[in-house]
Design a protein around this ligand. Structure first.
Ligand code: GLN
Length: 241
């Protein structure tokens, strides 16, 4: 499935987050080391980051990240203290255009899903009434429904991890799936772990969450399946789903 990462900490360039690490997300797009479904992540990519306003900037393309010279040229010039980035391996039957590439965004939130809803059509029928309806939730991909369910909860006041957990629980009750997801709101990052690994690298200068470690730092640790984690100014909080 896809590879993705979230970062919160001291400002870093997009290049240092996405391209420079020894096993960067950039490299994971053609040579993922621990991917259990799919072999390359060439069906688009996206990066969302926060600068000096509430809403993130979001850059997406339908093409493989390694073919986008424009991204390579801007990445060293952009610094941020909070970001979500993803490279995509599309689930069969989903849209292949840019609108289906993570991260999805609305308001101050960013969202990325690694996995697959086992019964997207049934889940959409059952859960449509509790899903947010904004442009990014209308994309032709199962992940958009998971985003819509989390977004509705965030808009109703849920915390970042709480919204992810509620969305995952709702889908587990309607068909289930591999539902691991990352989110950010500019001041915190969060992950829910359901059926696809999520690793955390807690550091003095910042914390990364990722589908697989992007370097050989011994500090990387796999989070428990069926758990949620939130990272913010008060540190890292883990709890069972
Ligand atoms: N189902 C999502 C998609 O098609 C995520 C796929 C993935 O994790 N590879 O984009």
């Amino acid at each position: 499935m896809c590879r993705h990462l979230a970062y919160l900490g001291a400002p870093r360039t997009l290049e240092s987050l996405v391209v420079a690490p020894s096993h960067s997300l950039y490299e994971q797009s053609w040579a993922p080391a621990r991917q259990r479904h799919g072999t390359v992540n060439a069906d688009g990519f996206g990066v969302g980051w926060y600068v000096d306003r509430v809403a993130p900037v979001r850059y997406r393309r339908a093409q493989p990240i390694w073919t986008d010279a424009s991204f390579a040229s801007l990445a060293p010039t952009v610094s941020t203290s909070c970001a979500v980035a993803a490279v995509r391996s599309a689930t069969p039957g989903t849209s292949l255009d840019e609108s289906a590439a993570a991260p999805f965004t609305h308001g101050r939130w960013l969202f990325s899903h690694n996995g697959r809803l086992h019964d997207w059509a049934t889940a959409r029928k059952a859960l449509g009434a509790e899903a947010a309806d904004v442009p990014d939730t209308r994309a032709g991909v199962d992940s958009a429904l998971l985003f819509a369910l989390a977004l509705a909860r965030w808009q109703a006041g849920a915390g970042l991890a709480e919204g992810l957990a509620g969305a995952a629980r709702a889908v587990l009750d309607h068909g289930g799936g591999r539902l691991s997801a990352l989110a950010a709101d500019g001041e915190s990052i969060a992950a829910v772990v359901v059926g696809e690994p999520v690793y955390v690298l807690p550091g003095a200068d910042g914390v990364a969450l990722a589908a697989e470690p992007h370097d050989d730092d011994p500090g990387w640790r796999e989070l428990a399946d069926l758990s949620v984690v939130q990272v913010d100014g008060s540190g890292l909080t883990e709890s069972p789903l």
